[in-house]
Design a protein around this ligand. Structure first.
Ligand code: A3P
Length: 285
């Protein structure tokens, strides 16, 4: 089913289950709580993986919860699972792909201790992952060609808007105590160390055995085989399961198999322009 789209405050959303009123409610009325933990990402940056890690940390590595409850019920996306988020008993684990300017104002205007975990991923791998997933998930616009998709992506003419705006907006909080930033690449390179750092940020002490259990149960293979985590339970209304899966490759650098030299250089030029003022370097730089 081809999707329909609308623009809310300059950011594109699908008409499938997204409503301008809900987005306004989330921005203006939704009350964050001190004990909330938010899993925030630009789409295709490792949201589902981080959701699994956070779920498992909450259960000290025990896979019972991740094997029995759908991930979008364990950490609902506030912008389209609002009712689940509102009914969630504290302490809440919540997800969002919203750019910071559409995130609940109660976060910015309060002294909330709410903790934000922001996962980001190499821009070119996000593009490739999104290109493939856009042919499967109806929330995203089906690309006409890779070249036209690259231009749409680089200019922010995609669902959830510009990667650059998202990343630079959220990373403006990088010096805040309640903000923790990690990359998909770090999760890949050092999963145990990454889980320990996340635990430290959350003030949650896990034994080495429990950290091992988190890493093992959140591995690509474990998640691929877990129907509560692999999106196989998503309705056909939203996802064409014949065309592919969310857990597609799960690697770093797949862009090399998909982008030409010219396409890659196009990214590098735009990337340098946007990121030079940020004063941060990333594993893919
Ligand atoms: P690929 O399409 O490159 O395979 P999101 O959850 O933000 O939509 O991101 C999806 C991407 O994360 C997909 O990337 C998916 O394979 C990858 N992913 C999901 N779980 C993973 C895991 N446990 N380990 C590594 N990659 C994972």
């Amino acid at each position: 089913m081809a999707g329909q789209f609308f623009t809310h405050k300059g950011v594109m959303f699908s008409t499938l289950d997204y409503l301008p009123d809900t987005l306004s409610y989330v921005e203006n009325e939704f009350q964050v709580r001190d004990d909330d933990v938010f899993n925030i990402t630009y789409p295709k940056s490792g949201s589902t993986w981080m959701l699994e890690i956070l779920s498992l940390i909450r259960c000290e590595g025990d896979p019972g919860w991740v094997r029995s409850v759908l991930n979008w019920d364990r950490a609902p996306w506030v912008e389209y699972h609002l009712e689940t988020a509102l009914k969630y008993p504290p302490p809440r684990l919540l997800s969002s792909h919203l750019p910071i300017q559409l995130f609940p104002k109660s976060f910015q205007h309060s002294k909330a201790k709410v903790r934000i975990i922001y996962t980001l991923r190499c821009l070119k791998d996000v593009l490739v992952s999104l290109y493939h997933f856009s042919q499967i998930l109806h929330f995203f616009k089906t690309p006409e060609s890779l070249d036209s998709f690259i231009e749409d992506f680089l200019s922010g003419n995609v669902v959830y808007g510009s990667w650059f705006n998202h990343v630079t907006g959220w990373l403006g909080l990088k010096d805040n105590e309640n903000f923790f930033c990690i990359s998909y690449e770090e999760l890949q390179q050092d999963p145990h160390g990454s889980v320990r750092r996340i635990c430290h940020f959350l003030g949650k002490e896990l034994s080495e055995k429990q950290v091992d259990a988190v890493v093992e149960n959140a591995s690509f293979q474990s998640m691929k085989g877990n129907k509560m985590s692999n999106f196989s339970q998503m309705s056909d209304k939203y996802m064409d399961h014949e065309k592919g899966e969310l857990l597609r490759k799960g690697t770093c650098g797949d862009w090399r198999n998909n982008l030409s030299e010219v396409q890659s250089q196009r990214f590098d030029t735009v990337y340098r322009e946007w990121m030079q003022g940020l004063g941060m370097t990333f594993p893919w730089d």
